[in-house]
Design a protein around this ligand. Structure first.
Ligand code: RIB
Ligand code: CA
Length: 319
């Protein structure tokens, strides 16, 4: 698999990169950096540190992208990941530096240069990809598959009751991407709450590996684990990006999915960034309100994943 990962590298973004960078048969051809979780420049530093700990320094270019959403004010999540996005671990600066070139431009060039070959995984606000679509709309047809971590699936969000972080931060970008015609799979926050938790026992098992990568994982995960305990009352930590990556790399881990009509709310007073996902319990739009637009399924939405298989994927990346 040839992969580009778009990331606001902090916390779980790191673990997703680790799964991809250590998996045999996966060629991570570029990492593109978006605004999001913590300071923009820090995302690049975190991706570069991750390449180093995975023994891949100098092999994968890291391109800087959008430093802010299309039209909104940037919004960080340092309260989850620490000021540096790495639980304030103070890792040394990696030797590799960001590559010359810009994220959206690289996404376009690389996808159009190899039609049908490149899989794209986004685990950040969708600004870079929306800019790429605006630059070259044909990337939607030329991309092999698009995996998005984002949105909710008729469930509660993690910024507001209605919205998940990646979609809340840049809803206009998410709407552009979902309307662009990609062959797309969504791993939502709702699915993360179902299948993306590593329990305290599982985290202890990862720590017990006692390898450089497992020590890195345990250190980086510290703040989000504490946040999950204190704020969300969970007995473990949540891994939306790593889950998305594990499923993208091994679709046998998908236990259930639905083809759905999805779209993003950009105007709502209480529902900024809400992902609308069609549901079989709803009456036909024609019956409910003849003025509602007819919507075709435009995405696959993950409904259930193999938790043990996901954990095994993470463990293999840290061994
Ligand atoms: O809402 C989950 C998303 O926001 C993930 O991409 C995670 O990395 C966080 O930033
Ligand atoms: Ca992320």
């Amino acid at each position: 698999m040839r992969l580009i990962i778009d990331t606001d590298t902090a916390g779980d973004d790191v673990f997703s990169l680790m799964i991809a960078l250590t998996r045999a048969g996966v060629s991570v051809e570029a990492i593109t950096i978006a605004h999001g979780n913590v300071g923009f420049a820090q995302h690049a530093e975190n991706a570069l540190a991750t390449l180093e700990v995975c023994g891949r320094a100098g092999e994968v270019p890291v391109y800087l992208g959008a430093e802010r959403p299309l039209s909104r004010t940037p919004l960080a999540a340092t309260y989850v990941f620490g000021a540096d996005g790495m639980s304030d671990a103070g890792f040394p600066r990696a030797a590799q530096r960001p590559a010359p070139g810009e994220a959206a431009d690289q996404i376009v060039r690389r996808i159009m240069g190899a039609p049908g070959e490149i899989t794209l995984l986004t685990q950040a606000p969708l600004t870079n990809l929306a800019l790429a679509v605006m630059m070259e709309p044909r990337i939607a047809g030329a991309c092999r598959h698009l995996w998005i971590m984002g949105g909710t699936d008729n469930g509660v969000g993690n910024v507001t009751p209605a919205a998940e972080y990646n979609f809340y931060v840049d809803p206009e970008a998410a709407k552009i991407v979902l309307g662009a015609g990609f062959d797309v799979t969504l791993v939502t926050w709702t699915e993360t709450l179902r299948d993306g938790l590593f329990t305290l026992e599982q985290l202890a098992e990862l720590e017990a590996l006692d390898t450089p990568r497992s020590r890195f994982f345990t250190t980086v995960n510290r703040t989000s684990l504490a946040f999950a305990r204190k704020t969300q009352g969970l007995g473990g930590s949540l891994h939306p990006d790593a889950l998305t990556c594990a499923l993208a790399l091994d679709e046998a881990l998908i236990l259930d999915s639905d083809r759905c009509a999805v779209d993003v709310e950009t105007k709502g007073e209480l529902t900024r960034g809400y992902l609308s996902v069609s549901h079989p319990i709803l009456p036909d739009a024609e019956l409910a309100d003849p003025e509602l637009p007819r919507r075709q399924a435009n995405a696959r939405v993950i409904k259930s994943a193999n938790r043990a298989g996901f954990f095994a994927a993470m463990k293999a990346a840290l061994a």
